[in-house]
Design a protein around this ligand. Structure first.
Ligand SMILES: Cc1ncc(COP(=O)(O)O)c(C=O)c1O
Length: 389
């Protein structure tokens, strides 16, 4: 019997991983077409990251952020500030996407209070959305199945459909601190892309109503959609940003809460918050090594190029066995007339790992280093899996 309080009834026993492949204890190699839960961007087993992490731990393992900063934390945050579409960005590194969401929620609340608007305490999210499983992040998430067991602990925040008119009605109530959404839906709506005028209209509406615009880039950030950040497809600059997953590509538990300089100026000195493992030097070393690989190997461009290839191969090969193939870059959703969990297990039997969405759909998010030959293998294996379901 396992002593692990696990998440899956019959998990595979992972033994090793390299680039786009994971090998289990039986020696079966799986093509990691979802990068776990759309986490792995630079590919598995990258020596540069392992060496950077080891060197950092040898030099300086841990210091508490209430007393110390470190050279690597300063250097990493400077590098992130250069690539994010946030003006004069200030980076607060934490241990994952949910912690980053919690941190940003507090930043929004603290900012409105600092500007003498304490009545602005509600945060608005989308009806179909996911921002994490800690209680504040779960309250922001519009996912009924995840909320149901804890509903009596939730209810501070509101949810609106993906509709500008409905958002405006909500903002008119005058109690909203911030609006939060993913630029392109991840697991909730399987890479559904909003209409072209949606994000510019949201930005204008938030500005007019003194509501902070928060973009959750946990899944879409760090090159995944063929731009550094998903919101850049619409040339919008958010006030706050939430990152995770691709920031460390899974090599270290890392999330980033990112505030504009204007927000930092208003709350930075007095922000009441903190985690034991925030601003961790090892996380910064991993994040920096990952960022360097994304830049030096042109992985943002690779995501755009390989994403277009993968989408067209899927469309050719899957045809009318699926309802829709959509997405940007290497974040691709496939809407199905089938239970996504059945497709996930049929794919696994073909040596292919895909991720189920909250709707009848699967999500693909392979490492950005996926090759043309691996794209062919992915499509052939998925096609065979669909034949079985
Ligand atoms: C868009 C989005 N936000 C937040 C989170 C939460 O991140 P984490 O699981 O690292 O806490 C996720 C995780 O899937 C996500 O997809």
């Amino acid at each position: 019997m396992s002593a692990v309080f696990g998440r899956a009834p019959e998990p595979l026993m992972a033994v090793s991983a390299s680039r786009c492949w994971i090998t289990d204890a039986l020696g079966i190699r799986y093509l990691d077409a979802s990068g776990g839960a759309v986490v792995t961007g630079i590919g598995h087993g990258r020596k540069e990251v392992i060496e950077a992490l080891t060197a950092q731990l040898e030099q300086l393992d841990y210091v508490h952020a209430s007393a110390f900063t470190s050279g690597i934390t300063e250097e990493y945050c400077r590098s992130v500030a250069e690539v994010v579409p946030v003006t004069d960005a200030r980076i607060y590194p934490v241990s994952g996407g949910s912690e980053a969401t919690e941190t940003v929620l507090k930043m929004a609340r603290a900012y409105q209070a600092a500007l003498g608007r304490p009545e602005r305490s509600v945060v608005v999210g989308l009806e179909a959305s996911y921002h994490g499983n800690t209680l504040g992040a779960l309250d922001l998430s519009g996912r009924p199945q995840l909320r149901a067991p804890y509903e009596s602990w939730l209810g501070r925040f509101r949810h609106v459909p993906l509709d500008i008119g409905r958002l405006e009605e909500d903002l008119n109530r005058g109690d909203v601190a911030a609006f939060v959404a993913e630029p392109i839906s991840g697991a909730s709506r399987a890479a559904e892309i909003p209409p072209d005028d949606y994000w510019p209209a949201v930005a204008e509406l938030c500005r007019r109503h003194q509501v902070l615009l928060v973009v959750d880039e946990v899944m879409t950030g760090f090159g995944r959609t063929g731009r550094w950040f998903g919101i850049e497809h619409w040339n919008v600059s958010p006030d706050l940003m939430i990152c995770g997953k691709g920031a460390s590509s899974g090599y270290w538990p890392l999330g980033l809460a990112i505030a504009s300089g204007r927000i930092y100026e208003a709350i930075g000195e007095n922000f009441v918050h903190g985690f034991t493992y925030s601003h961790h030097p090892a996380g910064a070393a991993v994040g920096k090594a990952v960022l360097d690989i994304i830049e030096s190997e042109g992985l943002v461009e690779a995501a755009a190029r390989q994403g277009a290839l993968l989408r067209s191969r899927l469309e050719e090969s899957l045809g009318d066995r699926v309802i829709d193939v959509r997405g940007k870059g290497l974040l691709i959703g496939i809407e199905l007339d089938a239970d996504p969990r059945a497709v996930v297990s049929a794919a696994r039997a073909q040596g292919l790992l895909v991720y189920p969405a909250a709707i009848p759909a699967i999500l693909l998010g392979p490492p950005l280093v996926i090759t043309d030959a691996e794209i062919d293998q992915l499509v052939d294996r998925l096609s065979a899996a669909l034949d079985q379901t």
